[in-house]
Design a protein around this ligand. Structure first.
Ligand SMILES: Nc1ncnc2c1ncn2[C@@H]1O[C@H](COP(=O)(O)OP(=O)(O)OP(=O)(O)O)[C@@H](O)[C@H]1O
Ligand SMILES: [Mg+2]
Length: 537
């Protein structure tokens, strides 16, 4: 019987897997699928430009060829891709320059571009045209995927000299739809522009309308520093992999100092003393599972310096503020600037939060709006399971004078920055519920909310005082004339004195209340104790 069953036993490639499970790459629904394609190709353009110090200029054109049938052109002014790597970059899954590195980038898997080539091919039977201008040559090719082998099929078209740089990708898609909805390409690019003020984006919509999102900053953000993995962020198998791949070091000791961050010779000595049974003079390629397990266990017992934080580059307070004012012009706006933290023991990350309330948020009829970003990339989908959305749900908004988050004119922007964003799936639209990450998102939101609360309670008090003043003032006339009869003093004098008493009492309080209301000018940073208390600890 089992022999019969095992006649069905077959091997599959990752390309075949994703062809069958394209929803795992985010390709589900017509509008969403088109946005996902634009997302993959635009993030690649921005990564490539920033990595090579070029101010990004991205051109996106969507042309309608028939019902649910479009041609998409995406062109950038980046470095292009060398001819030798073009096929692999666009036609092979799990291939690229980012997966193996610890550097803050938008892409991290080596799947996105090939996934677009795949989606085009399986919905239209057409290959993807790539024009790569790189190092003085412009190379044009049609690229498809051999799904069984997960290999690119490249048909060369021409190679001519050029003095330009950049990559253009032209492909056709069916089962997709262009729409100016909250989940469409337009909204995606608008949010991309918001979080990437250094980039200029042009969109030509199917109705030929040209939309430009001009850059508002004339230089790229500082380049995030590439770091080595931190000892606390890896497991036994990771260590073994590193050891097997190590070429330079002939012994475990130098291998450790060369491979990991914060691994000084002193720390290696400490590890040696803790592990007398492990031979640190062994060639790393001879490291056994037991050695690796013991070393990783010892990593957990040593006191390490936290990973370097210049590996993280946020959008920045000034820019988040400018972008928010630009889209909403809210009544009050608070942006947090918090220090980097670490999750899973060794992966650095940072959370920046902006909260806008009232004014233009109300005018735009936005209620409880959440704008999620990861490494400056807008996350439009899968909000349900995302750490950002989940954390926002756990906040006790009433504490901050927000009675019902979903009904108030409030917009919250959260950007998670990391050398490795823990996405829930290959579609990269939601952040997994890592405890350290969720805690930090919570603290950052609470910090911003406290200033919003100060503003709102100040405003409420000012209203209450103004009302009281109005009520009391109403009685002055009558009271002055009654007192004048009783005391024989002039009514006008009494009225003046009573008015002064009221001014002295309520005028001062009013000013005080308004002063409290200036939430966006005052920073309140919670202490660790406050954070713990609010976290119910
Ligand atoms: N516009 C571009 N300019 C230059 N190089 C590019 C461009 N697009 C893709 N590449 C190269 O092709 C590789 C593969 O891209 P792909 O989108 O498949 O993966 P990734 O960006 O590394 O990770 P992810 O799957 O998370 O997007 C990239 O790592 C990069 O080296
Ligand atoms: Mg990519």
């Amino acid at each position: 019987m089992s022999d019969e069953v095992f006649k069905q036993f077959k091997e599959h490639s990752v390309a075949e897997f994703f062809k069958k499970n394209r929803q795992m790459l985010g390709f589900s629904g017509k509008v969403r699928s088109l946005t996902m394609i634009v997302h993959e190709l635009v993030t690649n353009s921005l990564d490539a430009c920033e990595e090579t110090g070029i101010l990004p200029e991205v051109f996106v054109q969507v042309e309608e060829l028939g019902t649910d049938h479009y041609q998409l052109t995406i062109k950038d002014n980046g470095p292009g891709i060398p001819k030798s790597h073009l096929g692999k970059a666009l036609g092979q899954m799990l291939a690229g320059t980012k997966f193996h590195r610890y550097v803050q980038q938008r892409g991290q898997q080596g799947i996105g571009a090939a996934a677009c080539t795949m989606f085009s091919y399986i919905t239209t039977g057409q290959s993807t045209k790539a024009i790569s201008a790189c190092s003085g040559k412009k190379f044009t090719a049609n690229i498809a995927i051999d799904f069984v082998k997960n290999k690119a099929v490249v048909e060369e078209i021409e190679e001519v000299p050029t003095d330009e740089n950049g990559l253009t990708v032209i492909s056709e898609f069916k089962d997709v739809k262009y729409e100016r909805s909250n989940y469409g390409v337009y909204e995606y690019l608008r949010r991309t522009a918001l979080a990437n003020p250094n980039c200029s984006i042009t969109l030509i919509e199917p109705n030929k309308q040209r939309v430009t999102f001009p850059r508002s900053v004339e230089q790229n953000p500082p380049r995030p520093v590439e770091i080595k993995p931190h000892p606390l962020g890896i497991g036994t198998h990771d260590l073994l992999e590193f050891a097997k791949r190590s070429k330079e070091s002939k012994k475990i000791s130098p291998f450790l100092t060369e491979t990991f961050a914060r691994m000084s010779a002193g720390k290696v000595e400490e590890l040696k003393n803790m592990l007398p049974t492990v031979d640190f003079n062994k060639n790393p390629s001879d490291m056994s599972w037991e050695d690796a397990e013991a070393i990783v266990k010892a990593f957990g017992q040593v006191k390490w310096i936290a990973p370097a934080t210049d590996s993280l580059v946020p959008i920045g307070k000034t820019q988040v503020e400018a972008s928010f004012r630009n889209i909403f012009n809210p009544e009050v706006l608070v942006i947090t600037e918090r220090s980097p933290k670490v999750y899973r023991g060794g992966i650095p990350f940072m959370v920046e939060v902006g909260i806008a309330y009232g004014g233009g948020v109300a005018a735009a009829e936005k209620r409880g709006e959440v704008m999620r970003f990861a490494n400056r990339v807008p996350l439009l989908f899968d909000s349900g399971g995302c750490a950002i959305t989940e954390t926002i749900k756990t906040i006790d908004w009433k504490r901050y004078d927000i009675k019902n988050f979903d009904e108030e004119p409030i917009a919250v922007l959260v950007n998670l920055i990391s050398v490795h964003v823990p996405y829930t799936s290959a579609g990269k639209q939601a952040i997994s519920n890592e405890e350290d990450v969720m805690d930090e998102i919570k603290f950052a939101i609470m910090e911003a909310s406290r200033s919003i609360q100060k503003y709102l309670s100040g405003k409420r008090r000012a209203n209450e005082i103004a009302n009281k003043k109005k009520v009391v003032t109403r009685y002055i006339q009558q009271l002055s004339s009654d007192l004048s009869i009783l005391s024989g003093e002039k009514k006008d004098d009494i009225q003046k004195r009573l008015t002064k008493i009221i001014e002295d009492k309520y005028g001062g309080e009013e000013e005080l209340a308004q002063g409290e209301g200036k939430g966006n000018e005052e920073e309140t940073v919670p202490t660790e104790k406050e954070e713990d208390e609010e976290n119910g600890e």
